[in-house]
Ligand binder design. Structure first.
Ligand code: GLU
Length: 407
């Protein structure tokens, strides 16, 4: 169960930071967890009911914030874990939000566009009671995108009777989206890598596990910067090419064939093998719990970048740390996404929109500052980067909890 992982990470970090009892107690439970059914009239005329969730975890620092995931594996335990991580993540990157998450248990690839729209509007027709521009602000996550955000924002605006772009982020530009949001998760991770290589010797070969939004943009950014992407994977399998992939060609193959291992001349490898390849930087950009105590000892990448949420479990963390791997944890490495979501929300509130390089410059400033704050704690206290990021975040959550002290 992945929620258990969050509590193990928290326990580990608590040894290095002093928290008031109120913070410790509230971080054990979500403030609200809502599970509901979404009836959808399918194209064949039948009615199908899907299960939806929205969890608001900790709201000490502001409205809760976090994406909505569409995946067959979605369940309340996972959504709770992801909402917990969002609470920590927003505090690491120091934006005025708590953490939330939502999801639907569904394989969206099996739905027609009309069914997907009904499902997405149906989610909002239930979740509008818990979300809101100053209460809880969703965004995209695994297998959701700008189109889905647009439908949901529209549905919320219809229910409320007023145009409400600030209720959700990751929207298309035409509906109040922000320039730079679509690739922000990867750009934030890339900025972390750039800071990290100033501090240590790391070579240029890269493996990217997971070729969705975050993973594909990361492969692009690193390739453009002279790194060599030698392996990539998606849910259908992995592809290895020692001389390095040509990014544009790879994207073309992925778009056309819907799988990366159709790349001409590559060696097909399994989703397990890709993790254990010899490389300098291993980017984990798929789902949680892919590196566990079973394979952590075989990981050869020197630097590990968690663009996904929760890809390394607590037992694997200890093994990687012992093996001197430098891991940039999810709550820092992928925080660029929610950071630019915050910028989008600010722009929605002002009704005034920024240029792309302004957005990216603001993101860079945030990432550099919080990467270094985390790195300093990691060095000072001789703890791994994840625990250091927790220490940073927990201090901030604790301060807000103390200042409110309403209990
Ligand atoms: N789903 C993304 C994450 O896990 C983005 C959340 C957001 O932008 O609110 O961080």
């Amino acid at each position: 169960m992945v929620f258990e992982n969050t509590q193990k990470q928290l326990e580990k970090a608590k040894k290095h930071v002093e928290l008031v009892q109120e913070t410790e107690e509230t971080l054990k439970y979500p403030t609200e967890a809502f599970t509901f059914s979404i009836p959808v009239r399918m194209d064949d005329g039948s009615l199908k009911v899907f299960e939806g969730h929205r969890v608001r975890y900790n709201d000490a620092r502001g409205p809760t914030k976090g994406g909505i995931r569409y995946h067959p594996g979605v369940n309340l335990d996972e959504v709770k874990a992801l909402a917990f991580w969002m609470s920590i993540k927003c505090a690491v990157i120091n934006i005025p939000y708590g953490g939330g998450k939502g999801g639907i248990t569904v394989d969206p690839h099996k739905l027609s566009k009309a069914e997907l729209e009904k499902l997405s509007r149906g989610w909002m027709r239930k979740a509008y009671r818990i979300v809101g521009p100053d209460r809880d602000i969703p965004a995209p996550d695994v297998y959701t995108n700008g189109q889905i955000m647009a439908w949901m924002m529209d549905e919320y605006s219809i229910i409320k009777g007023e145009y409400s772009p600030g209720v959700i982020t990751g929207k298309p530009l035409s509906l109040g989206g922000s320039l730079g949001r679509s690739y922000a998760t990867a750009l934030g991770g890339y900025y972390c890598v750039k800071e990290a290589v100033k501090k240590m010797e790391v070579g240029k070969t890269v493996v990217v596990q997971g070729f969705g939004n975050a993973g594909s943009h990361m492969a692009r950014l690193l390739s453009e910067d002279g790194f060599k992407v030698i392996a990539v994977s998606d849910s259908k399998g992995g592809a290895l090419l020692e001389e390095g992939f040509d990014y544009d060609k790879l994207m073309e193959v992925k778009t056309k064939e819907r799988r990366v291992d159709s790349y001409p001349g590559c060696k097909k490898i399994s989703n397990e093998e890709i993790l254990e390849l010899e490389c300098d930087i291993l980017v984990l950009a798929a789902l949680e719990n892919v590196v566990t105590e079973k394979n952590a000892g075989n990981i050869k990448g020197k630097m590990i970048v968690e663009l996904a949420n929760g890809p390394v479990n607590p037992e694997a963390d200890d093994i990687l740390h012992k093996n001197s791997k430098f891991l940039i944890p999810d709550i820092l490495a992928n925080s660029g996404g929610v950071c630019v979501s915050y910028f989008e929300w600010v722009q929605n509130k002002q009704g005034y929109y920024w240029k792309e390089d302004e957005v990216n410059a603001k993101l860079l400033e945030k990432m550099v500052k919080e990467f270094n704050a985390t790195f300093d704690i990691h060095k000072e206290k001789s703890i791994d980067m994840r625990t250091a990021a927790y220490v940073l975040a927990l201090g901030r959550i604790d301060e807000a909890t103390k200042d409110k002290a309403i209990y």
